[in-house]
Design a protein around this ligand. Structure first.
Ligand code: CTP
Ligand code: MG
Length: 223
């Protein structure tokens, strides 16, 4: 495959509660990161996966993921950084030169279907420099002030919830990170900052991010 996938997995998982770093927490007996990487590796476009692991777990993570590497899918593990953005930048620096399409995918989206990886990669291959999977927002959204009083109701029809993998041409992702001044929760936000149009494709409910204990319970049931 012509696609490299960066998997930031160095977060602590504070919102999930006490325990191991989130990517190493178990879902049906296996770490979330193993679930995520297995699904990414199953996408035919993918030729390389670079994981940003907690700094003290790089060797353990490399050993854990070794069975998922193959002649078709090279697997690299680097130490992550203090923010998601820093972890992505460190993984990006390790991508071999031959990969011109780069996806960024949260380890916490452990059940993301390989088909979504293909959809995003295909849109980048088709000429979009930045691509994100999105879902319609189902809840009514209100803006509130500091004391919790409603300021107004936001028009939901123009809003989208954003998932990963997010896909980029290598030049767009590299330029976006090089230009980054403040911290962003996603990479498309950095591409927006440098004026790159961001294309949307339909997301997948199974690509939900495991953030809180309720999400982990839902993921267990989805199996
Ligand atoms: N991430 C990372 N390096 C960081 C922080 C986050 O690689 N310094 C990764 C996480 O491991 C996760 C993804 O970015 O796969 C999305 O972040 P999030 O869901 O916020 O995970 P955590 O930061 O671990 O969780 P929390 O914010 O609750 O601590
Ligand atoms: Mg976080």
């Amino acid at each position: 495959g012509d696609v490299a996938v960066l998997v930031p997995a160095a977060g602590m998982g504070v919102r999930l509660g006490p325990g191991a770093p989130k990517a190493l927490r178990l879902l049906r007996g296996e770490p979330l990161l193993v679930h995520a990487v297995r699904r990414v590796a199953a996408a035919p476009s993918v030729g390389c996966i670079v994981v940003a692991a907690p700094a003290d777990a790089v060797d353990d993570v490399a050993a854990m993921l070794r069975p998922l590497s193959s002649p078709d899918v090279r697997l690299l593990v680097v130490a992550g950084g203090a923010s998601r953005q820093a972890s992505v930048a460190l993984a990006l620096a390790a991508v071999p030169e031959e990969f011109g399409i780069i996806l960024v995918h949260d380890a916490a989206r452990a059940l993301t279907p390989p088909e979504l990886v293909e959809t995003v990669a295909a849109a980048v291959r088709g000429g979009h420099g930045a691509v994100i999977p999105v879902l319609a927002v189902v809840d009514t959204i209100k803006q509130v002030d500091n004391s919790g009083i409603v300021v107004g109701t936001v028009d939901r029809s123009v809003l989208r919830a954003v998932q990963t993998p997010q896909g980029f041409s290598r030049t767009v992702l590299t330029s976006a990170h090089a230009a980054a001044v403040d911290d962003h929760t996603d990479d498309a936000g950095l591409a927006e900052k440098i004026g790159v149009p961001v294309h949307t494709v339909p997301g997948a409910e199974a690509a939900m991010k495991i953030t809180r204990p309720f999400d982990l319970a839902v993921a267990e049931l989805l199996f």
